[in-house]
Design a protein around this ligand. Structure first.
Ligand SMILES: Nc1ncnc2c1ncn2[C@@H]1O[C@H](COP(=O)(O)OP(=O)(O)OP(=O)(O)O)[C@@H](O)[C@H]1O
Ligand SMILES: [Mg+2]
Length: 122
């Protein structure tokens, strides 16, 4: 399926706690994008916004396919899953990327890449 996922300038918070401050990213077909960050800096919140589990204050999240645009903000998790976007368990995600371990390692900062290489030889 030739679709891109676009996230454009997302702001999100829990009550008074502002978590996402204008996050943007895009994901091309077949691309693996690694989201890195220290604890509590908003990675899960961004994923929850994409999956319809949290609603951003502002910004756009949409699928783009042959010039057509499908907005995800405001859709339920069920509708988003039916559009082909899924959350998978951490262990499953690792097995999905396992075959592409070398390209993943090239994308990571050196310290993380070294940790991953060590894990893969245990
Ligand atoms: N349901 C919630 N209600 C209130 N605050 C929350 C809630 N969920 C997360 N937060 C806060 O929002 C911020 C971002 O949390 P989030 O879980 O998105 O970070 P994370 O990058 O996924 O962290 P980790 O690496 O620990 O998984 C943190 O300050 C967290 O305490
Ligand atoms: Mg998290």
């Amino acid at each position: 399926m030739n679709r891109r996922l676009i996230v454009n300038s997302i702001y999100a918070r829990y009550g008074e706690v502002k978590v996402l401050h204008g996050v943007s990213m895009h994901l091309e077909p077949s691309e693996i994008l690694v989201l890195l960050g220290t604890n509590g800096n908003g990675k899960s919140t961004l994923i929850k916004c994409i999956m319809g589990m949290e609603k951003p204050d502002s910004g756009e999240i949409y699928l783009e396919s042959n010039g057509q645009r499908i907005d995800l903000v405001g859709k339920s998790p069920e509708e988003i899953v039916n559009l082909g976007i899924s959350l998978v368990r951490r262990e499953k995600a690792v097995s999905i990327i396992d075959g592409r371990r070398e390209s993943l390692i090239r994308m990571l900062p050196q310290r993380c890449a070294e940790d991953l290489k060590k894990q893969s030889t245990v």
